[in-house]
Design a protein around this ligand. Sequence first.
Ligand SMILES: [Cu+2]
Length: 259
Amino acid sequence: MRFHLSKMSYASRRRLRRIAPNQPLKHRPYPHELCTDAGSVFAKQRLSKGVHHLMSIRLCLCVLTVTATVVLGCSRDAQPVSPSLTPSGVARSDTASTGATGSLAALVADVEHTVSLFDACDPETFNAALGAGTCIRPGGMRFENFLEELGRHHSVGAWHFAPGVVSMRVGQKLVAVNNGGETHTFTEVDEFGGGIVPALNNLGGFGPTAPECAQLAPGDFLAPGATSSETEEEGGVEKYQCCIHPWMRAEVRIAEKEK
Ligand SMILES: [Cu+2]
């Protein structure tokens, strides 16, 4: 019982701190003290020994209820933190807690690093120029503006991989997700190069088609919503690009496993 009261007091302090963070902690009553005070006032009004006895039972029940709540609450707080996705979509191994069970190595191996493939195609103008179904997202950049920006900047910012640099470890999974409205590829290349659409290559000045882009299989094309993944087997730096929009690029830095 002494252990439970001690644990309840600690958790109650935490709960009160959340409610009123600027108040000094030592002046705030604990929940079991509130129960005791209320019980004392009530008992004095009755002035009966029997009622005192009844109140003692009530107080015990009150303390037990609060203790059970605190213990359950502490149990939930003690859950290990699962690897989570950052806003950029990358699961970071350093956000993983070792928790009470399971080894750090197992948690690191389970981490996925996601690269999102984005675009901003306008379905009306893209489908009119390139064929029905080319773009299936709502709104976006008109096709003529897309070509103009590509010619001027040799890239179109809304068409990109995010993040552009991924840091991960051997044994972890690299996942590509097409969150755009057009088909893209996430193709590993030895060196960044041109894609498979001559008009875009010429407009952007990307040079000859990368050899890996010239050997694409049907499964290498990721439709909107599609994903691909692979587990990295060895350390080093890998380059990935879209073979349709060659300025969409990512560098993946893979560290060796920790011994
Ligand atoms: Cu693309």
